[in-house]
Design a protein around this ligand. Structure first.
Ligand code: UD1
Length: 349
């Protein structure tokens, strides 16, 4: 197949490009190599792929890159949580407008292949919980007062009881809580509408907490695994927020790439959303301990500090991707963390 990968020089996109080239697909990369993403020109540019250096908001770049393409993997995005309200224009421009321009271009060229979107678990907001009294519930944002008092678990929104965290599935109510999350959901909605209007099969892969080689280094927008690794490299202890008991699904980039390959090439397309997760949740404290041990660094410090916008637990059922794409994560947590301890990271700009 001839496959267009936008953001094909990014953390996840570049892994996908390598895997698709290794599988003998023809790959076209559309990537802007933006200064605010790449401190230096990436040294891992795959020579087996064609490279178009342009912004996803550029209509002509999309039209050129789409020539002869059988499937599109839209990985290009401004990532992270957003650190200031001033970030809103950048997120909506890169993620919302960039996707809209791509959909427009696909319509212009009569694209009839598959469209696979890199979405995120952030569209769920807080995870799924069970209340002993009220059954399944989805708590709202935690109050500053509660967090300052060290009460990190969200209470039942109906009766205030303690909750048991569970797994979100794709039918869960969506509750984006930051600018990035709102633009990821907007991308899903735009792509879904486009799919209905044109018959193009649209798959939204909701990535959980991805880690692995080429992860961007410590920046205000970086994920916790890169932040912990960067601290340990400086000889400093990882700073664990809250009490370290917050649960996430840390999924290796090799598995996220494999899920994309499956979505692009499976006999039947998966229409709609699918979680991309390991299926084996871990706490942030677990991650800090495992990484500190793997790097022979100082043990983590559990700070009790918190970020008001953070959710407590968000872990996923990977069942839909398993049933419809045959995707199952293959990199175990211990193995992934051991590799990540020495994996090359992308320099921060
Ligand atoms: C992250 C991404 C989000 C992405 C999602 C799924 C960021 C900033 N967030 O959300 O964009 O869509 O994964 O892949 O990239 N923590 C610490 N110490 C630190 C930093 C964070 O303990 O120094 C804790 C946080 O309080 C949080 C957890 O680690 O509880 C995870 O934080 P983070 O990596 O930012 O990820 P998510 O918020 O889960």
């Amino acid at each position: 197949m001839r496959i267009l990968v936008t953001g094909g020089l990014g953390f996840i996109g570049s892994r996908l490009v390598d895997d698709l080239v290794a599988l003998d697909h023809e790959v076209v990369v559309l990537d802007s190599v933006a200064d605010h993403v790449h401190a230096v020109d990436p040294d891992y540019r795959n020579p087996g792929a064609e490279h178009v250096v342009a912004d996803v908001r550029d209509p002509d770049a999309w039209l050129a890159a789409l020539a002869g393409v059988d499937a599109v993997s839209h990985q290009a995005a401004r990532v992270g949580l957003g650190v200031s309200p001033a970030d809103v224009r950048g997120y909506v421009g890169d993620n919302g407008v960039g996707t809209a321009v791509g959909l427009w271009a696909m319509h212009e060229v009569g694209f009839a292949g598959r469209f696979v979107l890199a979405s995120s678990m952030v569209v769920y907001g807080e995870g799924a919980y069970t209340c002993p009294v009220d059954g399944p519930v989805r708590p709202g944002p935690r109050s500053a007062e509660r967090l300052e008092a060290g009460r990190f678990e969200p209470p039942c929104p109906h009766c205030g009881a303690d909750l048991a965290p569970g797994l979100v599935d794709e039918g869960a109510r969506l509750d984006p809580r930051n600018t990035y999350a709102a633009t990821k959901l907007h991308q899903e909605h735009l792509a879904t509408v486009f799919g209905r209007e044109t018959g193009v099969p649209v798959t939204s892969l909701r990535y959980h907490n991805v880690f692995g080689p080429r992860m961007p280094r410590d920046t205000p927008y970086a994920g916790v695994a890169a932040i912990f690794r960067s601290a340990l490299e400086r000889g400093e202890a990882p700073q664990v927020f809250e009490d370290g008991g917050q649960r996430r699904d840390f999924v290796h980039v090799a598995d996220v790439s494999a899920a994309n390959v499956a979505a692009l090439t499976a006999a039947e397309p998966l229409i709609g959303a699918a979680n991309v997760a390991s299926g084996t949740p871990h706490t942030v404290g677990d991650l800090a301990v495992a990484l500190a041990a793997a790097m022979g660094g100082p043990p983590p410090v559990v700070t009790g500090r918190f970020r008001l916008g953070d959710v407590r637990h968000v872990t996923a059922s990977p069942q839909r991707a398993a049933d419809l794409l045959g995707f199952r994560a293959s990199v175990g947590f211990d193995e992934g963390v051991a590799e990540f301890a020495t994996a090359p990271l992308r320099a921060a700009p």
